[in-house]
Design a protein around this ligand. Sequence first.
Ligand code: DX5
Ligand code: ZN
Length: 215
Amino acid sequence: MSTIIAPSILAADFSHLQKDIQLINDSVAEWVHVDVMDGVFVPNISFGFPILEVVKANTSKFIDVHLMMVHPERYISQFVQAGANGISVHYEGNYHLHSLMQQIRSAGAKSGVVLNPHTPVSLLKGMLHLVDTLLIMSVNPGFGGQKFIPESIAKVAEAKALIQKEACSTLIQVDGGVNTENCLALKKAGADVLVAGSAVFKADNPIEYIAQLAQ
Ligand code: DX5
Ligand code: ZN
């Protein structure tokens, strides 16, 4: 399977959002990554439903919503109505993760769990059959443009081994500081989906850069 690239619109130019979404449409990226931050779960506030609706209106690509917020269970159906095809919630702070996975699937989206850099993969033992996407954070969540944490590569390999052991079809996604220097190691370790924000939108030729990440 070729690597799915999910450009993060957090790094887009919001005065020309339509143009940046079109750029993604014209590239080989299969997903669009949408980061929702509430200023409580993470020390930053990004955007919510209105921006997601703009993304939905301008693309037919898979819309991958990463929720960095408390009480995501209150908003799952609203995110699906606004355009989310996949919804990922953090392991941290979500005390009823098992039911949250079922809630996301019942609402009609792919279910995802996100692990912060300090959270071990082993905590997901026995529940991967409920998880369509396992997102390994390779920076601390909250901001784009941070430096990649190299230990994430070993964590991807560990996730791959657990998914194989449990004979699940969970995709492994990596988010934070991903670029053309670390993408090969991540793919070798087992990453199926790579999120990239700054590296894509700061590139001289973002469409070409996305193609390089996907190779
Ligand atoms: C960080 C977000 C990321 C961010 C990645 O909390 O989850 O999706 O947009 O941006 P870069 O690629 O710039 O690290
Ligand atoms: Zn993200």
